[in-house]
Design a protein around this ligand. Structure first.
Ligand code: IDP
Ligand code: MG
Length: 135
């Protein structure tokens, strides 16, 4: 059995606005992963900047910050065996047009700018993001 780890995930404002949060939460639970903490809240500009620091030089950066702070998100700490990779697999590819049907992005989004869900990309970033969004 793979090691139990934690990841940070966040249902983005587009999916909350479209009333998809229930279905997305159901998919996470149905996979066997455990939602340990969950909160509906708005991302602050400071949290947005820290979360997307690695994209600060991209042309879409400002649009990304405006979008992620545009309305409530569902912040979650998710745990289980290989939780980081398992969440990324449930989420699908970054660009919903490339995300397979059956994945969250494949089924609930059409645009890379508003792609329904965030998930940490490594256990190290998961720890950093959990602290950023919950402490
Ligand atoms: P990830 O969300 O799959 O980890 P990252 O490369 O970390 O992908 O990018 C963070 C977020 O930035 C993406 O989820 C997406 O919303 C946005 N993004 C990434 N690439 C593009 C792009 O080429 N155009 C517009 N937005 C993008
Ligand atoms: Mg990422």
């Amino acid at each position: 059995m793979a090691a139990i780890e934690r990841t940070y995930s966040m249902i983005k404002p587009d999916a909350v606005r479209a009333r998809h949060m229930g279905e997305i939460i159901t998919r996470i639970e149905r996979s066997g992963l455990v939602i340990e903490r969950m909160e509906l809240a708005e991302v602050t500009p400071e949290q947005a900047a820290a979360n997307y620091e690695h994209l600060a030089d991209k042309p879409f950066y400002q649009e990304l910050i405006d979008f992620i702070t545009s309305g409530p998100v569902v912040k979650m700490v998710v745990s289980g065996p290989s939780a980081v990779a398992k969440m990324r697999s449930l989420m699908g590819a970054t660009d919903p047009l490339e995300a397979a049907p059956g994945t969250i992005r494949g089924d609930f989004a059409l645009n890379v700018n508003s792609n329904a869900i965030h998930g940490s990309d490594s256990p190290e970033n998961a720890l950093r993001e959990i602290e950023l969004f919950f402490e």
